[in-house]
Design a protein around this ligand. Structure first.
Ligand SMILES: [Zn+2]
Length: 420
């Protein structure tokens, strides 16, 4: 057992499901905190540091266990970030398109000129799974050093059974060979590859790719939007995925309002993502949904120079909002959740407390991990980050910089300074 003590202040949302609306602000704040971690990497006890109580909690479980004590040096502790939307297995880069957008061309225009997703597809098809792994591992390791301890990784730049398999293999290799915990998503319906009609490709996804790849991914995602996949095609693909035991998440209402939020709710999706153009009816549907989290990706809006998603309307309307990086080579080239946190506050008028819930517990709920991840409480995994900051508000306030000192995953320091 390990006792992490001398935490100046610990901030965490509480719960085992997503927090909605006004509840997103309810953050527990514990001064002079300590966290007792069991050998299984789970939290045995947590609270204000009263030495006897924490030791007693340990002794109740087994007799006279030796406890290793770790001095957290008066640092602030937060749950590890959950980055619930990334495309961070890819090959190459697309910085030329970034410059073209700066010159005034739109994302759709660049896609029509042969750039966009199809350019990443070309790069992935030329690379081996090992090359994709080596390339992508660097982004994941930096994300870990910046405080992310659980990350979703999507395929979607292969668009054929063999090339999607390479991406999912690279994602599972990342899970095995780095300290990052990974949830994988199959996104074969990201775009239609060259040389095949849209309807033929939907059939190819349902009858070939999904049966071949479903065991490699927990979730199935579809880019449902204008110019990409229709509502009918999305339902067809997700129904086939659900029959194979997969869970659903959707890219929804990003480029245009196409009933994406409502479709995500109808399909029982764990998350509807982007939502830049979500309608009032979509917000009502999300608020009433059983478990569909509204995942907002403000770095993509910044990168594409589009208005941010209506976070205030979503939260005030009673939705559960999460935030994530959307890390990808086209529209959001960053693995930095702390910068997303800042954008949530500056760009989307979320409070630091709401942004914390969105970046941790609600992200975990969007990945169906809220039972075990996303907050610091008994029996959850001991995934937390120590920061050299005076209080929570300082995190978004210190723009684009990292004050991370140590990143702790399952009770072990996996990045930053060793503690003793
Ligand atoms: Zn995406």
């Amino acid at each position: 057992m390990r006792l992490f003590y001398n935490i100046r202040t610990l901030y965490t949302p509480l719960g085992r499901t997503a927090l909605r609306g006004g509840k997103m602000r309810e953050i527990a704040e514990i001064d002079n905190a300590a966290i007792l971690v069991g050998d299984d990497g789970r939290i045995v006890n947590i609270g204000p540091f009263v030495e006897e109580e924490l030791h007693l909690a340990a002794f109740k479980t087994e007799e006279q266990l030796p406890i290793e004590t770790i001095d957290c040096r008066g640092l602030v502790a937060l749950p590890g970030f959950v980055d619930s939307h990334t495309h961070c297995v890819f090959a190459g880069e697309r910085s030329k398109e970034f410059t073209m957008r700066a010159e005034g061309r739109s994302y759709q225009e660049i896609a029509r000129m042969g750039g966009g997703i199809r350019e990443s597809v070309r790069q992935v098809r030329e690379a081996s799974s090992e090359e994709i792994f080596q390339h992508s591992k660097r982004f994941v390791e930096r994300a870990l050093a910046l405080g992310t301890t659980l990350m979703e990784i999507k395929s979607g730049y292969g668009l054929s059974t063999e090339d999607e398999r390479k991406l999912l293999q690279a994602a599972s290799q990342i899970a095995e060979e780095t300290a990052m915990e990974v949830v994988t998503t199959y996104l074969g319906a990201h775009a239609v590859p060259n040389g095949i009609s849209q309807s033929e490709y939907v059939r190819e996804v349902c009858t070939n790719q999904l049966p071949a790849l479903h065991s490699m991914a927990e979730f199935c995602d579809v880019f449902m939007d204008e110019g990409y996949f229709t509502k009918e095609e999305t339902i067809e693909i997700c129904t086939a995925a659900k029959k194979l035991g997969m869970k659903i998440r959707l890219h929804a209402d990003e480029l245009a309002e196409t009933n994406g939020a409502q479709t995500a709710v109808e399909l029982g999706a764990f998350s509807a993502d982007h939502l830049l153009k979500v309608s009032d009816a979509g917000i009502v549907a999300l608020a009433k949904s059983e478990h569909t989290v509204a995942t907002l990706l403000p770095m993509t809006a910044l990168s594409l120079r589009t208005p941010y998603a209506p976070a205030r309307k979503l939260i005030d309307g009673g939705c559960a909002v999460a935030i994530a990086t959307d890390c990808n080579p086209g529209s959001s080239m960053s693995e930095n959740m702390q910068f997303v946190f800042t954008l949530a506050v500056i760009g989307m008028q979320m409070s630091p407390e709401e942004a914390l819930t969105a970046a941790t517990l609600n992200g975990a709920a969007a990945l169906d991990r809220a039972e075990t991840h996303g907050s610091l409480e008994r029996n959850k995994v001991a995934d937390f980050v120590l920061y050299d900051i005076p209080r929570l508000e300082y995190l978004p306030y210190h723009i684009a910089m990292s004050d991370v000192v140590s990143v702790i995953k399952h009770g072990e320091v996996v990045a930053g300074e060793r503690l003793s």
